[in-house]
Ligand binder design. Structure first.
Ligand code: NAP
Length: 260
């Protein structure tokens, strides 16, 4: 992926799952990566491992629900790498899973703070930096839950629907200035999040066979693909890895066992 060489990126939620795989993959393609998550020790160890393998990476502890922490994160990327070409707004959570009347208002609000406001904070602080340098790409992790209603997931469905609208609005506002904002709906992915979903037993997604989930490394490849020129046509919307067409474009095996 020649288009990635020498680029700089922030990946939020980089301590495990999709974010970890994305940080590793982008670094392997010559991207200088700033890993962000709340687990400082974990991302520091990961960044050190990436550097030991010939990549360039550093870590910055950050809670994306706190706008001042995201401001500091973007400032650190500028300080460390002089520019910011790619932001992957990946940090997200689904716990606690509960039907609306059983849910905790505090926990419900916290999910929105991380999944929606976290993405807004990333857009808000990264866009001016990208505009100043003439362009950039922001990938927002979306989900099939943005367009479907699943029991126990009112917080998550509401949050991902909001992220889809943020993607669209940001693209409308800044496309003419060289920015691309692209959503990625990966399908179900074998991470800790799917373990929580399975443990809940609450809706059809929790009953999917673990073998139907794709690997986080595939999602990382899709993110890298969308950061290149082929991502243009998906700007403002959600690129789906659940379809055979989506997987074919990224060069992944076809969707022969699609999750529900
Ligand atoms: P995961 O394994 O649970 O990892 C979540 C990541 O988000 C962790 O690195 C966590 O790091 C970070 N995080 C959580 N709260 C945070 C906060 N307040 N500030 C900063 N970082 C925070 O989840 P995943 O499956 O990789 O999911 C990543 C993204 O993909 C999410 O947006 C999710 O909604 C989306 N997605 C996942 C699936 C799936 O099937 N797995 C499907 C569709 C979409 P710390 O705990 O260290 O902060």
């Amino acid at each position: 992926m020649e288009h990635l060489k020498g680029k700089t990126a922030i990946v939020t939620g980089a301590s495990r799952g999709i974010g970890e795989a994305t940080a590793r993959f982008l670094a392997s393609q010559g991207v200088k990566v700033l890993l962000a998550a709340r687990s400082a020790q974990v991302i520091e160890t990961l960044a050190a491992e990436i550097c030991a393998n010939g990549g360039e990476a550093s870590a910055f502890a950050c809670d994306v629900s706190d706008h001042s922490a995201v401001l500091a994160l973007v400032a650190q990327a500028k300080r460390r790498f002089a520019r910011l070409d790619i932001l992957v707004n990946n940090a997200g959570l689904i716990d606690p899973i509960a039907r609306i009347a059983d849910s905790s208002p505090e926990a419900w609000g916290h999910c929105l703070d991380v999944n929606v406001k976290g993405v807004y904070h990333g857009l808000h602080y990264a866009i001016p930096v990208m505009l100043e340098q003439g362009g950039g790409t922001i990938i927002n992790l979306s989900s099939g839950a943005a367009n479907s209603s699943l029991e126990g997931w009112s917080h998550y469905c509401a949050s991902k629907a909001a992220v889809a609208r943020l993607t669209g609005v940001a693209q409308k506002e800044y496309a003419a200035d060289g920015l691309r904002v692209i959503g990625l709906s990966p399908g179900t992915v074998a991470t800790d999040m799917q373990s929580s979903i399975k443990a809940s037993g609450i809706n059809p997604v929790s009953r999917l066979a673990p073998s139907s989930h794709i690997s986080p490394e595939w999602v990382a490849q899709a993110i890298a693909y969308l950061c290149g020129p082929d991502g243009d046509e998906f700007a403002g919307g959600d690129f789906s890895l659940k379809t055979s067409e989506g997987r074919q474009r990224v060069g992944l095996p076809l969707a022969d066992r699609l999750p529900a």
